[in-house]
Design a protein around this ligand. Structure first.
Ligand SMILES: [Zn+2]
Length: 382
C-alpha cells in the first residue's frame, strides 16, 4: 500500500488560518496544450477542420499504457518547512484496477481504438502516476506523444478505488476530448469571482490561472462536437449551486452530471473512432499506383501494403489536402507503429520515407482534415 504522500506542514510552521469552508468537489485540471497557429494562407474553414482533429488519434491506433512502478519514479516536493520530500508515483493495486476499469468502460463501447497495458515506460504512450497532492490530470489526445518517456502523461492525485468517474474522465482527455462545461455552446454564465474563490479552497487550492484554464475559459467552437451542450457528459464537472448564473436553475441547485459516459459521449466517440474492420478486409494499395482520396474531412481510409522487396520506400499524398498518415506493421495480428506524418496547415504533403521488409505486412492509415477540391487528392507508395 502506498503511503499517502500529500505534503504536510511541519509542526514548526505557523498554523494557517482557515476561515473558509472547503470547496465542494475535487476537480481534474487538464494539462494545457500549445495552441496551433496557422500561416496567413490558411483560411478559416481549413483551420477549423484541422482544429477538430489535431488532438485526435488515427482510428485503429492501439494506445499502450504503463503504471510507474520503480522506486525512483517520483518527484521531490518542497515542503512548508523548506525540506524536500520524495513523493512516489506508483499506486496500489486498487488504484491501478480503477484505471483499468476506466479503459474497459471506453473499449466496451466497441470503438476502433484499443488499449493495452505494457510493462515498461519505453513501450507506453500513456504513462500513469498516482502522485497524491498533485491533482488528477491528463494531456489532451496526441499531445502525450510529445512528453518524455520518463514523465507522466496522466496522474491521479486522490483515492480513485471507489471513484470510477475520474479514470473515465482522464482517459477521455487522452482520447482527445475537452471539458464539456467549457463548450462555448453551453451558454454557461459564471459568477466568476465565486468560482475563483471556490476553487481557491481545498481540496483543489487552485490559483486563478488554473481555474480560468479549466473552467472559465471557453473552448474554440471548432474544437467541440456539435453545437449543443451535454450537461450529462463524463467530461463535465459537477458544480455547487450558485457558481453558475445562467441557466438560472443552477443559481439555487447544484449541477451534478451522473459521472458516467452519457449517450452523447458514446455516440461521439463512436463517430470519431468507429469500430474497425479486420485488417484482411482493407483494400491493398499496390506499389506505384495512386489511390484517390474519396473521403470527407474527418474520415479515414485504411489500406494494406505488402512489399515484395526489402528496401527504403516513400509514401506520400498528392494534391492540396491536409492529412495525417500513419504506417503500422502487422506483427502476429498486432499493429505496431512504424512512422507517421501530419502536414496539416502546411504547404507540403504528408510524407514518409522508411524501410519496409519483404514478406512483412503493413497497414497505412490516412485521415483527411481538409481537401481543397474533393477528388483531386491521392496517396501513393513507391
Ligand atoms: Zn478534466
Amino acid at each position: 500500500m502506498a503511503r499517502n504522500p500529500a505534503p504536510r506542514k511541519s509542526s514548526t510552521a505557523p498554523p494557517r488560518k482557515r476561515t473558509a469552508q472547503p470547496g465542494y468537489f475535487h476537480y481534474c485540471n487538464v494539462r494545457p496544450s500549445t495552441p496551433r497557429s496557422f500561416a496567413p494562407g490558411v483560411n478559416a474553414d481549413r483551420a477549423s477542420a484541422i482544429n477538430v482533429l489535431s488532438d485526435k488519434w488515427v482510428n485503429g491506433t492501439e494506445l499502450s499504457y504503463y503504471f510507474f512502478d520503480k522506486p525512483g519514479d517520483g518527484e521531490n516536493l518542497i515542503m512548508a518547512d523548506g525540506s524536500t520530500s520524495f513523493i512516489r508515483w506508483s499506486g496500489a493495486t486498487a488504484q491501478k484496477d480503477a484505471v483499468r476499469a476506466g479503459f474497459k468502460a471506453w473499449s466496451d463501447l466497441g470503438i476502433g481504438l484499443r488499449f493495452k497495458e505494457v510493462p515498461t515506460r519505453e513501450q507506453a504512450m500513456i504513462r500513469i502516476g498516482f502522485m497524491r497532492g498533485d491533482g488528477s490530470w491528463s494531456y489532451v489526445g496526441r499531445a502525450i506523444l510529445d512528453i518524455a518517456s520518463d514523465q507522466r502523461t496522466m496522474n491521479f492525485g486522490w483515492d480513485i478505488a471507489n471513484d470510477p468517474t475520474t479514470a473515465i474522465h482522464e482517459i477521455g482527455h487522452t482520447l482527445g476530448f475537452e471539458h464539456e462545461h467549457q463548450n462555448p455552446f453551453a451558454g454557461i454564465v459564471w459568477d466568476e469571482e465565486k468560482v475563483y474563490a471556490d476553487l481557491a479552497k481545498p481540496p483543489n487550492s487552485w490559483p486563478r490561472q488554473k481555474t480560468f484554464y479549466n473552467i472559465i475559459r471557453k473552448i474554440s467552437e471548432s474544437r467541440v462536437q456539435g453545437t449543443t451542450w451535454d450537461r450529462d457528459s463524463v467530461m463535465h464537472y459537477p458544480f455547487a449551486a450558485g457558481l453558475i448564473v445562467e441557466p438560472p436553475e443552477y443559481r439555487t441547485q447544484a449541477l451534478r452530471p451522473p459521472g458516467m459516459l452519457s449517450a452523447r459521449d458514446k455516440a461521439y466517440v463512436k463517430e470519431l473512432y468507429p469500430p474497425q474492420k479486420p485488417v484482411a478486409a482493407f483494400p491493398e494499395l499496390k506499389l506505384m499506383q495512386s489511390m484517390p482520396l474519396k473521403i470527407a474531412p474527418g474520415q479515414q481510409i485504411d489500406v494494406r501494403i505488402q512489399p515484395t522487396r526489402s528496401r527504403v520506400y516513400e509514401i506520400r499524398t498528392f494534391g492540396i489536402a491536409d492529412t495525417v498518415i500513419v504506417l503500422f506493421e502487422d506483427v502476429d495480428g498486432e499493429l505496431k507503429y512504424r512512422g507517421g506524418d501530419d502536414d496539416s496547415g502546411e504547404d507540403r504533403n504528408a510524407y514518409l520515407k522508411l524501410r519496409m521488409a519483404r514478406g512483412a505486412k503493413y497497414v497505412l492509415r490516412l485521415r483527411l482534415y481538409y481537401a481543397d477540391h474533393t477528388g483531386e487528392t491521392a496517396v501513393m507508395w513507391w
